[in-house]
Every structure is written in C-alpha cells, then in structure tokens.
Design a protein around this ligand. Structure first.
Ligand code: GLA
Length: 392
C-alpha cells in the first residue's frame, strides 16, 4: 500500500491535533517524467509515471460548524506548523502563502467551479522529496483535492481534477505551470506510464513493467541549488507562446517534425529557434518512446532519453553542471539512457539501467560529483506507483 508509514504519520498527527480520529486518509504521489519536458504548456505530449512516494491527507469535517463560519485548519507533520484560513482567504487568490497556499488554492478552485467546500480539518504528511523537481506541490494539491471531493461527495469527475488542481497552482499560488504534474499525480497507474495529450487531455496507460524487463529507473537528486527557477520557467513559456504566435499556430504542438525546418526558417532569433527545436523534437521523442514501450522494447528507449537531455541542455538551456555531470557519469557507467526530469535548473536526473547495475551507476555518479566538488547527490530506484486514491 502506498505510503504506509506516511499514512500512519498523517493519521496520528490528525488524532493528536484534533483529539479525534480522521474520517479518512487519501494519498497522492509525486511524479517522475520519463520524457516530454516543457511540452505540456505547448499543448504537446508527456509521459510521466507516479512515484511510490506520496503525500497523505487525513481529513474530517469540522464538527458543529455551519456555513456562516467556514474555516479550514491544516496541520503539517513535515513543518510542524498549523495554518487556518476562512472564507475571506479563499475568496481571492494569494491570500494564503507558503505551503498553505496549495491547500487554500484547492478550496478556492473548488469554490470557483461552483463546488463550495464545507469547513474541514486536515493533517498532512509526505515522503515526496521537497524542492527536488518531483512535484511535491502537485502531490499536496492532488491529495487535498481527492480528500475534499471524496469526504464531501463533491461532483467532480477524476478527468476534471487535474485541470482544477492546475488552476489552484496557476491562479491561487501564482506559478505558471502546465498540466503534467497534477495529471500524473491524479491519473497514473502502478506499473504504467501515463501518455497524456496535453491538448485533448486524452490519456493512455502505457505498460512500463521495469521489473519484468530486469530494468530499473535510478533517480538522482542532483542537490543543485535552484537558480531563478520560476523566472526562467516563465521566460521559456512566454518564448514558446510568442514563437507560436509568430508562426501563426495555436501552440508549438502544431509544428511537426516534418515542418520544423520551414518553421525555423521563419524565425530570426537564434535563441527562439533553439527553444522551438527543443519542443518540436521533444514531442516526436515522446511519440517514439510510447511506440517502443507499446512494443515492450523498454531498453531501446535509452537513446531517446539521452537525446532529450541533450536538447534540454543545448536548445532549451535549462540544465546545470550538476545534472549534466550526473547524466554523463550514468551513461559512462552503462545506463541505457539518462536525462534531467522536471522543470530544470536543478532537480532530478533519471537513468534507465539494468536492475543489477543500479548501485554501480549510483556509485559512478557519486564519484563524478566528488571529483567536481559538488554536494553529494541522493540516489534511489523507483517503480511506477498508483495515482491519487483513498487509503482508508
Ligand atoms: C514543471 C511544471 C510542469 C512542466 C515541467 C516541465 O514540472 O510544473 O507543468 O512544464 O516543469 O516539463
């Protein structure tokens, strides 16, 4: 079961803070993106899978409350803080800041969707690494959303939940992210990767049974200090959007690999040309990866992963020396492929390796880091876990 010890911490935290047991426990995972980076807000394709690590919300209605005194209280086991907010704070964005904004944002977005949330008490615990580019914020949003929808029987189909959680992040928290992370956290399935068309929001669960293939995905937390992440992210996003406008298409998704040279010929700025080339080639790599996985040829996806990294490094320019070092060291130690995963400027690298070689590849990355004087990375293997669900 997802997050055994995490679920116990959330339940115990609830009972301790509120002197009664929770009405239920709900979990939502962080994610690793196998391939398809910075394609989501270009209406393109992504292929994430859910981490076994998750955020668990213990929740219960506020006893004796009536609609006039709407209040939500949230205890965090991680930070040891309790926050409380009321109707005024969810009437408009950004009234709650810090980690509480992800919770208040979900209540705000539900209310905006015509689904007012009765007063509630929550306790949150998580083992998704924070600030490592593994979507700890989407895990929190999705866990809170799943808990509130289920607890109060709100009418919100699973297919509509990622968009609502994304609205919380975009409009309430104020981060201009795409739809990938919330989709992964809500909709992934164990032993599968989620092939998502970010325009139609159609999904297909692609079998990704690493164990049966004798393979493992090694995740390396680069521990690189995040450098201007949000400004750079917004900058990449607006460069893509203005390039699409100049090319006369709704989004860069509409430029195919066959159109690429003609499209590049119509753009003067070499930086914008590189950004466009990344998005267009990355979409094509996602489709090729999906074809290989459908055919059960998992190890053969390696070169596509590595090509994705080169494209992020050279064309989208979102890597940093730590992640480039981790990718090079993993490949040198025999990984089939390796790439940075997530928004960039630090975060995690994933390497597709023979299961028996995972430790040796991790050692090689640690050695390369030590030689360059970088802070030692964290390395762990992951298997695709389930999306958001009720635990009890
Ligand atoms: C972050 C965002 C996602 C996506 C990735 C890059 O994780 O939250 O929406 O854009 O970066 O692929």
């Amino acid at each position: 079961m997802t997050g055994g010890p995490v679920a116990s911490r959330a339940a115990a935290g609830f009972t301790r803070r509120y002197a009664q047991p929770p009405a239920g426990l709900w979990a939502a995972p962080g994610r690793v993106n196998l391939i398809g980076e910075h394609t989501d807000y270009n209406d393109g394709f992504v292929l994430p899978f859910a981490l076994p690590q998750s955020t668990v919300v213990a929740a219960g209605p506020l006893p004796g409350a009536d609609a006039g005194e709407a209040r939500w209280t949230v205890w965090s086991e991680q930070s040891g803080e309790q926050i409380s907010f009321g109707a005024a704070e969810v009437a408009e964005p950004r009234r709650v800041t810090g980690w509480g904004a992800y919770v208040a944002g979900v209540v705000w977005a539900l209310r905006e969707a015509g689904l007012p949330v009765p007063p509630a008490r929550l306790a949150v615990a998580s083992d998704v690494p924070l600030g490592a580019g593994l979507s700890s914020s989407a895990a929190l949003e999705s866990a809170v959303l799943t808990a509130l929808v289920d607890l109060f029987g709100l009418d919100l189909p699973v297919t509509d939940r990622p968009r609502l959680a994304q609205r919380a992040e975009n409009h309430y928290v104020g981060a201009p992210t795409g739809i990938m992370d919330q989709s992964a956290s809500v909709r992934c399935r164990a032993e599968h990767a989620l092939f998502l068309d970010c325009r139609s929001l159609e999904t297909e669960h692609i079998p990704f049974d690493l164990g049966a293939a004798g393979l493992a995905v090694l995740v390396v937390d680069s521990r690189a200090p995040h450098r201007h992440v949000s400004g750079e992210y917004a900058d990449r996003r607006s460069a893509c959007e203005s390039a699409a406008e100049r090319l006369g298409v709704p989004a860069l998704r509409d430029v195919t690999a066959d159109d690429l040279d003609a499209a590049l010929g119509r753009l003067d700025d070499p930086v914008v040309r590189r950004r466009v080339r990344h998005v267009v080639t990355e979409n094509a790599r996602v489709l090729e990866t999906v074809d290989l996985l459908r055919a059960g040829r998992l190890a053969e996806t390696g070169p596509l992963l590595t090509a994705s990294h080169a494209s992020m490094r050279d064309d989208f320019e979102i890597t940093v020396p730590e992640v480039d070092t981790a990718v090079e060291a993993a490949l040198h130690a025999g990984a089939y492929g390796a790439r940075m995963t997530g928004g960039g400027f630090g975060g995690c690298v994933l390497a597709l390796v023979e299961a028996a070689a995972a430790d040796a590849v991790g050692d090689a990355v640690r050695t390369a880091y030590a030689e360059r004087g970088f802070t030692a990375p964290e390395c762990f293997t992951v298997l695709p876990g389930p999306g958001a669900h009720r635990l009890s």
